[in-house]
Ligand binder design. Structure first.
Ligand SMILES: Cc1cc2nc3c(=O)[nH]c(=O)nc-3n(C[C@H](O)[C@H](O)[C@H](O)COP(=O)(O)OP(=O)(O)OC[C@H]3O[C@@H](n4cnc5c(N)ncnc54)[C@H](O)[C@@H]3O)c2cc1C
Length: 382
C-alpha cells in the first residue's frame, strides 16, 4: 500500500482548512492538505461577511494583504418590519476601524491558495477523502484512487459535506432558505449594512463594492418562487419586504438559494481526529457567526498544537483540551444565532413588543451596545 505519513493532515482546503494549515506552519508544524476539488475549480459565488477579529487572524497569516476586493462595514442598522425598535451600531463606538468586511468567497479562496503555495504547504487537489480510520497512534485517510495517508492528527475541515460525516449531535431545520444575489439601490450604501427582521425570517443587505449583497431569508416553499421572479417583480417584492431606507432597488443580479439549518456535530470525532469549521457547526447566517467561529477554530487548534509536546500531538488529552477551550465560544455563537432566528422569525404580539424593547435598549444603552458588538466581532472572549 502506498501510504504517506505527515504530522498533520487537513481534509478540505476551504477557508477554514487553509487557515488551519497556515497557522500550523506558523507554529512550526508541517501540515498536508487534501482537497476534493481540482486545482483549477471555480469557487462559487457566495459572499462572506468577516468580523474584525477574523481580519486580525488573516493579517497575522499574511492573507489579508493579498485581498483587494473587500468592502468594510462601518455601521449596522437593525430593525423589525411592522413594529417599533431600531438599533444602530457603529465602528467608532467600539473603537475598531470596521465592524466587519464583505468579500467574495472566491477572492478569499484565491488569496488563500496563493498564500499556501508561497508557504510551500503541500496541497493535494482532486483528492476526495472517502474514509477515515482512527487508531491509537495515528488516523488513516483513504482517498478515492486507493491511496492512503496517515498522521497522528487529522483535522476534518470538509464543510460538513464529507461522505463519512457523523450524525450531528443537534440539528434544527428552520424551514427557511436564503435567496442571495447582488442588488443596486438608489442611494449609495456609505458602508452601512442592514439587518431587518420579518416574520418570515431576517433580510440582510451587506455593502459589497458599489452594490449590496442581499441575503433574503424566506420560508422554504416561498424561496424558490422568489428567486425565480423576473427582475422587475423581484425588485418590487424586495422593496415591499425590506422598505425604502435605501431608496428604490434598481437592479438585481442572478439569484441563488441555499438551505438554512443548524447542525452541531462538535469537534470530537474519534481518536486522532478533530472537526473544525462548518464540519463541526453549521449555523444560520443571520448573525454572521458561523464562518468567523470556523476561523477561530482553526486558529485556536493551531495555537494549541504549537503549545503541545510533539509526541502528544493529536492525543486524546490534546483533543479534549481543544474541545474544552472552544466550548464557550462555539456554543455561545450557536445559542445566540438560534435565539435570534427563533425569537425574531414570528409575528407573536408579545414577542414583537419584547423585540422592540430589546432593540431600543440596544440603541440607548451604550455598554450593552459595546457588549453585543464585541461578541459579534471577537466571539465569546471579546
Ligand atoms: C451554498 C452555501 C452558501 C453560503 N453562503 C454564505 C453567505 O452568503 N454568507 C456567509 O457568511 N456564509 C455563507 N455560507 C457559509 C460559509 O460558506 C461557510 O461558513 C464557510 O465556507 C465554512 O468554511 P469551511 O472551510 O468550514 O467549509 P467550506 O467552505 O465548505 O470548505 C470545505 C472544503 O472541503 C472540501 N471537501 C469536502 N469534502 C471533502 C472530502 N471528502 N475530501 C477532501 N475535501 C473535501 C470542499 O471541496 C471545500 O473546499 C454558505 C454556505 C453554503 C454551503
Amino acid at each position: 500500500m502506498d501510504e504517506r505519513v505527515s504530522k498533520v493532515l487537513v481534509v478540505g482546503a476551504g477557508p477554514v482548512g487553509a487557515v488551519c494549515a497556515l497557522a500550523l506552519q506558523q507554529q512550526g508544524i508541517a501540515a498536508r492538505v487534501l482537497e476534493a476539488q481540482p486545482e483549477d475549480a471555480r469557487a462559487d459565488t457566495r459572499t462572506l461577511a468577516l468580523s474584525h477579529g477574523s481580519r486580525l487572524i488573516l493579517e497575522r497569516l499574511g492573507v489579508w494583504a493579498q485581498l483587494d476586493d473587500v468592502t468594510p462595514i462601518t455601521r449596522i442598522h437593525i430593525s423589525q418590519r411592522g413594529a417599533l425598535g431600531v438599533a444602530r451600531l457603529s465602528a467608532d463606538e467600539v473603537n475598531v476601524p470596521a465592524l466587519g468586511y464583505v468579500l467574495p468567497y472566491a477572492a478569499l479562496t484565491v488569496a488563500l491558495k496563493q498564500t499556501l503555495a508561497d508557504a510551500h504547504i503541500a496541497v493535494d487537489y482532486g483528492m476526495a477523502v472517502e474514509r477515515i480510520e482512527s487508531g491509537t497512534d495515528a488516523a488513516t485517510l483513504q482517498v478515492a484512487d486507493g491511496r492512503s495517508y496517515a498522521a497522528p492528527l487529522v483535522v476534518v475541515a470538509d464543510g460538513g459535506r464529507g461522505k463519512s460525516d457523523p450524525v450531528p449531535k443537534f440539528e434544527r431545520d428552520y424551514d427557511q432558505m436564503a435567496v442571495v444575489c447582488e442588488v443596486q439601490t438608489e442611494l449609495p450604501h456609505a458602508n452601512q449594512a442592514y439587518e431587518r427582521f420579518t416574520p418570515e425570517g431576517p433580510a440582510a443587505l451587506l455593502p459589497k463594492g458599489d452594490r449590496y449583497a442581499l441575503v433574503w431569508t424566506a420560508r422554504r416553499e416561498d424561496a424558490e418562487r422568489i428567486a425565480k421572479l423576473a427582475d422587475t417583480e423581484f425588485l418590487a417584492a424586495l422593496y415591499r419586504h425590506f422598505g425604502g431606507r435605501q431608496g428604490l432597488f434598481l437592479q438585481a443580479g442572478p439569484r441563488k438559494t441555499f438551505p438554512l439549518k443548524l447542525a452541531y456535530t462538535g469537534s470530537e470525532a474519534a481518536d486522532r481526529v478533530v472537526r473544525i469549521g462548518n464540519a463541526a457547526q453549521t449555523l444560520h447566517p443571520v448573525a454572521g457567526q458561523g464562518f468567523n467561529i470556523g476561523l477561530r477554530d482553526a486558529w485556536e487548534l493551531a495555537s494549541l498544537s504549537g503549545d503541545t509536546a510533539p509526541e502528544a500531538l493529536g492525543s486524546a488529552a490534546m483533543l479534549a483540551a481543544y474541545a474544552r477551550g472552544r466550548r464557550l465560544d462555539v456554543l455561545g455563537g450557536v445559542g445566540f444565532t438560534d435565539f435570534l432566528v427563533r425569537v425574531f422569525s414570528n409575528d407573536i404580539v408579545p414577542l414583537r413588543h419584547a423585540r422592540g424593547l430589546g432593540l431600543l435598549a440596544l440603541e440607548v444603552f451604550p455598554p450593552l451596545k459595546a457588549f453585543v458588538a464585541r461578541r459579534m466581532i471577537f466571539g465569546a472572549r471579546g
